[in-house]
Design a protein around this ligand. Structure first.
Ligand code: ATP
Length: 239
């Protein structure tokens, strides 16, 4: 569904991403793990059309999108759940959902259906964005993205700063949305998140791919991922 070939991108005179190849089939979760500054946000912004790649190809369902503006990329079925959630402090949950819902494009995703997936959000439908916890805001950002009817879902550090109960829920939802047929690309510094929900894990180091691992074997033995990230496996893996 999502295919990147030799994608390079950067800012000003500097190159951040160096000829990245990456594929996310429909119905799967691909996690890109890397330390701070590795280029994870640059990667999802490049796919979303917020940053123009300097070279390479970005295809969604076979359609070339490299260099297209963000609104065209969104119309092609790519939705970004940004780092930090970016919900509107003064709008209620219900207002966020009403604004986001692209009825013609959203297919099966109605406000009622996303709220059924996220019961806590349903309870909070009259609350303003600024009154929500970090986890509730993350659910809202995800709900908003689903209501655009994406085929490709980009999750930028979706568990950053969340309580454990929401970290678990994000993991569950990533898997569940893949089962619904979406191609999910998530980027995170957390190997634990990747191990728990990804079909494929790519390690990004200073903008270069330094390892690619199948997710399922990592669930019984995460050592290869820790080694690739040069982590102390006895230490905390964190979220
Ligand atoms: N708007 C920008 N202008 C110039 N340089 C930038 C810009 N955004 C990011 N960078 C640089 O690009 C590199 C990669 O940053 P990026 O935010 O993509 O990394 P990341 O892996 O998402 O890290 P983090 O986990 O800290 O968000 C860093 O060196 C960063 O300083």
């Amino acid at each position: 569904m999502l295919e990147l070939d030799a994608v390079s991108a950067g800012y000003g005179g500097g190159t951040v991403l160096h000829a990245l190849d990456l594929t996310v089939p429909a119905g799967s979760v691909h996690a890109v793990v890397g330390h701070n500054g590795a280029g994870k946000t640059t990667l999802v912004h490049t796919v979303a059309g917020l940053l123009r790649p300097r070279a390479g190809s970005i295809r969604v369902a076979g359609t070339e999108l490299a260099g297209r503006p963000a609104h065209r990329v969104a119309r092609a079925g790519v939705a970004l759940v940004p780092q930090g959630r970016r919900v509107f402090a003064s709008l209620t949950v219900a207002e966020h959902l009403r604004l986001a819902h692209r009825a013609k494009a959203a297919g099966p995703w109605t406000p009622e259906r996303v709220l059924a997936l996220m019961p806590r959000l349903a309870e909070r439908r009259g609350h303003r964005g600024g009154q929500l916890s970090g986890g509730e805001q993350q659910m809202l950002a995800l709900a908003r993205a689903l209501l655009t009817g994406p085929r490709v879902l980009l999750l930028d550090e979706p568990t950053e700063g969340l309580a454990p109960v929401y970290v678990r829920r994000v993991r569950e939802l990533a898997g569940l949305l893949a089962q619904e047929g979406l191609a999910v690309l998530l980027v995170s510094p957390s190997p634990a998140l990747a191990v728990d929900c990804a079909d494929t894990v790519t390690v990004l180091t200073s903008g270069r791919i330094t390892a690619r691992l199948a997710g399922t074997p990592l669930r019984t033995d995460p050592e290869p991922l820790h080694t690739a990230l040069s982590l102390d496996t006895a230490g905390p893996t964190g979220d």
